[in-house]
Design a protein around this ligand. Structure first.
Ligand code: TXA
Ligand code: MG
Length: 325
């Protein structure tokens, strides 16, 4: 059954409007992927350069061949195992069906079937592909609640579907299956180890900064206003916090919980996630909270880099503005 809110959102998409909707990773800003007018508005609202491609969201894994062309066995295997789920698969685009406007002029298209009930309901009601970048302005922290979307985009979006907080909390993993080798373009919700396990071999990482700048790969991306300082060990993080507070800074801490050490007066504990999944789920709202609290510095102790920890480490590196090279 389709709810009235979803039916209305599907109508707005058909009328070339913009609909923000929840996915399991982050909220997306959706537009009809087959409408040049809707895409033009999407890029304008997002303030995104037109040569940066957008992921096309599908309601059913069977649509892989409608949107893709010469789809490899690897891509099929990954779709069969991971969809619906937080994996974006880049394949050659079906030029008769997919306009270059959605792919930044590229010959390839990024596709995914999100694992979120409201998203799937919307996709099925709309019955087409929904082009959707994260529903934040270009270069800002991705939204993981409807309130975040409202705060970032306000009246620039026609409808915001509220599906509560996202369950994964970081963007999808992106793998490029259009070339000779399957390559990782972005770490995300599905660990690369899982992708390697499905394909039965190691996966190569695309060199940082390769090709036309994919926004998720820019060094200074996912940044809050507060300065983010990443420190490997909790004790060192707390000494650093003490020193910064002594010099008059407003300082917050995000660290795997429980935080045992004695804390300096005035230190704001922004988050103390108890496992790596919870860490991913709260990461972006902690960055937003740092700004709401008016912090000068957010000190972050990363989780172990296994599983979704690799995606967290990647986003933290970018939030800190440290180039991976
Ligand atoms: O989890 C997600 O992937 C979220 C939700 C809304 O699905 N979406 C998201 O979209 O993070 P966005 O636009 O913020 O990031 C998409 C990334 C960009 O870095 C883009 O360059 C890359 O996907 N991408 C899309 N199509 C591509 C293609 N054909 N080739 C290479 N990279 C592509
Ligand atoms: Mg984004």
């Amino acid at each position: 059954m389709i709810t009235a809110a979803v039916a209305r959102a599907a109508r707005v998409l058909r009328a070339e409007g913009l609909v923000a909707f929840p996915t399991e990773t982050v909220y997306g800003l959706g537009a009809d992927a087959s409408s040049a007018a809707a895409l033009a508005r999407l890029y304008a609202v997002k303030r995104r350069p037109v040569d940066h491609p957008v992921i096309v969201h599908l309601g059913d894994p069977d649509q892989l061949d409608t949107w893709g062309r010469d789809v490899s066995d690897d891509a099929r295997l990954l779709a069969a195992h991971c969809w619906p789920g937080p994996l974006t698969i880049v394949v050659h685009r079906n030029v008769r069906h997919v306009s270059g406007a959605v792919t930044g002029g590229r010959d390839t298209v990024g596709l995914r079937v999100p694992d979120q009930p409201l998203a799937l309901e919307l996709l099925r009601a709309f019955d087409g592909g929904i082009a959707a970048p994260s529903a934040n302005r270009f270069g800002r922290v991705s939204p993981t609640t409807a309130a975040h979307v409202q705060a970032d985009l306000g009246d620039d979006v026609d409808v915001i579907l509220d599906g509560g907080a996202c369950t994964v909390g970081v963007e999808s993993t992106i793998v490029d299956c259009s070339g000779e080798w399957v390559r990782v373009l972005r770490h995300g919700g599905i660990p690369i180890g899982r992708v390697a396990e499905i394909l039965g071999r190691e996966i190569r990482e695309a060199p940082e900064g390769e090709g036309p700048g994919a926004p998720g790969r820019l060094a200074a991306h996912y940044q809050p206003q507060a300065r983010v300082v990443v420190i490997g060990r909790c004790e060192q993080a707390i000494s650093k916090a003490r020193a910064l507070i002594d010099r008059g800074n407003r300082v917050g801490l995000l660290a795997p919980g429980p935080v045992a050490a004695e804390l300096p007066l005035g230190l704001e504990i922004v988050g103390k996630p108890e496992n790596v999944e919870e860490y991913a789920r709260i990461l972006y709202s902690c960055m937003r909270e740092a700004d709401e609290l008016g912090l000068d510095v957010l000190i972050v102790v990363p989780p172990a880099p296994s599983g979704v920890g690799a995606a967290i480490a990647d986003r933290l590196r970018r939030a800190a503005g440290v180039d991976a090279n």
